[in-house]
Structures are given as structure tokens and as C-alpha cells.
Ligand binder design. Structure first.
Ligand SMILES: Cc1cc2nc3c(=O)[nH]c(=O)nc-3n(C[C@H](O)[C@H](O)[C@H](O)COP(=O)(O)OP(=O)(O)OC[C@H]3O[C@@H](n4cnc5c(N)ncnc54)[C@H](O)[C@@H]3O)c2cc1C
Length: 334
């Protein structure tokens, strides 16, 4: 049985471990911290209290078209902890709400009814967006320069009105990609619309875990898979390179060898632990998200979630009876 060493127990390392373990490989995963999940994890609010409320570092969601993430949850046997929502709510300042959901028409016309009823866009803005979506469908997979063009350039090329950019394209894309329109390649934005909104009728449905993120990766799930050994508090100090390939991982000053190695560390850590690989990560940057957790002494909303228009905050999630809500905001252009 081939042996694989994985560095990093965030989503990438865990998904690799689940897939390889599930296919019969023997896997050893080294994680520097005492818990799994990396950026997609949860923590007790009061660590010293055994009954402390456990909260996510920030709300994580997926769409039904995120097939690899769903495959990971299925392998761990936790896919039934993801609740899918068929309805998006857009709230304007002042509280006017528009609802977006699939209607009876077949894809890609399934949003036609909802789109017509959106109250936050004028009729000319809707016509412009519809033209934009048709152009996107036409150019997807055909136009060659989409990874050199920003989405903002593309939207301007297609003469999208500023308010339609701000109220339609921006909230959808910045929530999905966590980057400003002027900093994301049109190719990535196209993929969000093509897979999430213009593909299958149900691919836009939003999945929200109904348990804390950390419990999705519990030890029982890994026992189910077998073949995967997870070592906590075990930072990989160095990945050894020889003859043009990885040939060992140094952990706690001990060298571990395997048939294959997967480095699932954040880019700056990967470059630091594998200096001989000479990775040039100078072009990469992190794109931060702000997560705000608010607790109220009464119910403040009965919506499960909402996109907030014309605000710095883009999303609201109702975590518990409308009294505990999480707000999320992607970075804004400087
Ligand atoms: C606030 C927030 C909200 C987000 N919301 C969403 C969302 O709604 N939907 C979505 O799809 N994505 C979302 N993301 C993005 C998603 O969380 C990340 O893309 C994903 O978790 C990254 O996983 P990763 O495994 O690549 O990296 P990480 O999560 O960074 O994992 C790296 C792991 O490596 C470990 N490590 C570091 N150095 C070493 C070492 N030397 N040896 C061993 N282990 C080491 C770290 O402890 C960590 O566990 C969000 C991210 C944030 C921060």
C-alpha cells in the first residue's frame, strides 16, 4: 500500500487525506495545531468552560456546484450536516427585500421570474444585466483573454451601468471570490456564474453547515475512513527535495519518508518549509475577510441569511433564533 505524507490539516490537506485514504492509500497527516480545519474551523468562546458555546471563526458556505467540497463531506459521512437553502434574500438600506430563487422554467431561464421581480434594480439595469449574462454565456470557454482581463474591465466593456455593477455583479462575485471586481480575473467570475447560476437548476443552492465547522472533521469521521493517521501539534519543519522530487519531511527533528508528499500549507509557509523547491510566491497575497459576531438580547431577524446591498458588510447569517448573527465582509479596494 503506497504511503502519502500530507503537510497541513486545513480543508486542502483534509480533503486530500479523505480522498487518498478512501482510495486505499496509507496517509500520515501532520498538522501544527491541536485541531483541524485551518481557516475553516471553530473554537470555544470560553476555552476554560467545558460547556462553552462553540462558534465558527466565520460563516462558511458552499454552493451545490462545489462538487469537490461536497465529495469531501460525503467521504467523512457528514454531508447530511449541510443544510441547503433555495432562496437568497437581498436587503436594501431601509429594509426593502428582494427574493431570488429558481422558478419553473428550465436552466438557464430558471431565474427569469425572480430576476424580473428584483426591486433593487431598475428595468434598464435589469436589461443590461440580462445582456451581460448572455454575453458571459456566449464567451465562456471561447474567449482567450479572460484570465488577463479583470471582471471590472469586462463589465465596462459590456456597458454595465454602475448601479447594476454595485448592486448585482459586485455582491454575487465578491461573496464568492472574496476579491474586488477590479482585482479578480474575468475567467474566475465567469466560472461562478456559469457553474452556479447558468448551469443546473439546483447548482446555485447555498449549503450552510448546521453544526460548528470543527465537528465536521471529528475523529469518528476519520475512523470510518481508516488508513489516515492524523498527528496534531506536529509542524512540518522542512520538506526535503532530492533529484527533483520530495523525498522526506522533517517533523520534530525526525525525518519521515513516504512514496508521495502533499504540501497543503499556506503559500508563505510552503515556500519556507521547502526552500530547495525554490517556489516563487512573491506574486501571491492574502485577501482578508472580516467576520463579526453579534449577540442580542432579543430576536433581530427571522431571515436565515441575507445579502446586504450598499453596505460595507455583505452578508448576514442568522446563527441562532435571530439573536446571534454573523456578519461578513470581503476586503474593499484601497
Ligand atoms: C473568515 C473566512 C470565511 C471564509 N468563507 C468561506 C466560504 O464561505 N466558502 C468557502 O468556500 N471558503 C471560505 N473561506 C476560504 C476557506 O476557508 C479557505 O479557502 C480554506 O479554508 C483554505 O484551506 P487550506 O487548507 O488551503 O489552508 P488553511 O486553512 O490555511 O490550512 C493550512 C493548515 O496548515 C497548518 N500548518 C501551517 N503550517 C504548518 C506546518 N509547518 N506544518 C503542519 N501544518 C501547518 C495550519 O495550522 C492549517 O491548519 C473563508 C475563509 C475565511 C478566513
Amino acid at each position: 500500500m503506497s504511503h502519502v505524507i500530507i503537510a497541513g490539516g486545513g480543508l486542502a490537506g483534509l480533503a486530500a487525506a479523505a480522498a487518498l485514504g478512501g482510495e486505499g492509500y496509507r496517509v500520515t497527516l501532520f498538522e501544527s495545531r491541536a485541531f483541524l480545519g485551518g481557516r475553516a474551523t471553530s473554537f470555544p468562546l470560553s476555552p476554560s468552560d467545558e460547556d462553552s458555546e462553540v462558534i465558527d471563526n466565520c460563516q462558511h458556505v458552499l454552493l451545490r456546484c462545489c462538487r469537490n467540497l461536497l465529495d469531501f463531506y460525503r467521504r467523512l459521512g457528514v454531508d447530511d450536516s449541510i443544510r441547503f437553502h433555495r432562496q437568497f434574500h437581498f436587503l436594501e438600506p431601509g429594509g426593502r427585500m428582494s427574493v431570488f430563487r429558481a422558478g419553473l422554467l428550465p436552466a438557464p431561464l430558471h431565474f427569469a421570474g425572480s430576476f424580473r421581480r428584483l426591486s433593487f434594480l431598475s428595468l434598464p439595469e435589469k436589461l443590461a444585466v440580462a445582456r451581460g449574462l448572455m454575453a458571459l454565456r456566449r464567451e465562456y470557454g471561447r474567449r482567450r483573454d479572460l484570465d488577463q482581463l479583470t471582471m471590472l474591465d469586462w463589465l465596462r466593456e459590456k456597458r454595465q451601468p454602475e448601479r447594476a455593477i454595485r448592486r448585482f455583479w459586485h455582491p454575487v462575485l465578491v461573496s464568492a471570490i472574496n476579491e474586488e471586481l477590479g482585482r479578480m480575473a474575468a475567467a474566475h467570475a465567469f466560472q461562478v456564474f456559469r457553474l452556479g447560476f447558468l448551469g443546473r437548476r439546483d447548482s446555485y443552492e447555498m449549503g450552510v453547515p448546521d453544526v460548528p465547522l470543527g465537528s465536521l472533521y471529528s475523529s469518528e469521521s476519520w475512523e470510518r475512513l481508516g488508513g489516515v493517521e492524523i498527528r496534531f501539534r506536529s509542524p512540518v519543519e522542512r520538506i526535503l527535495i532530492g533529484g527533483g522530487r520530495a523525498c522526506g519531511a522533517v517533523v520534530n527533528r525526525e525525518t519521515h519518508a513516504a512514496d508521495f508528499y502533499v504540501c497543503a500549507l499556506p503559500f508563505e509557509r510552503a515556500a519556507a518549509v521547502a526552500p530547495d523547491a525554490r517556489l516563487d510566491v512573491s506574486v501571491f497575497e492574502h485577501s482578508p475577510i472580516t467576520g463579526i459576531h453579534l449577540w442580542f438580547d432579543r430576536q433581530v431577524t427571522d431571515l436565515p441569511h441575507a445579502a446586504l446591498l450598499d453596505r460595507t458588510i455583505q452578508w448576514l447569517f442568522n446563527k441562532s433564533g435571530g439573536r446571534y448573527v454573523q456578519l461578513g465582509s470581503a476586503r474593499r479596494a484601497a
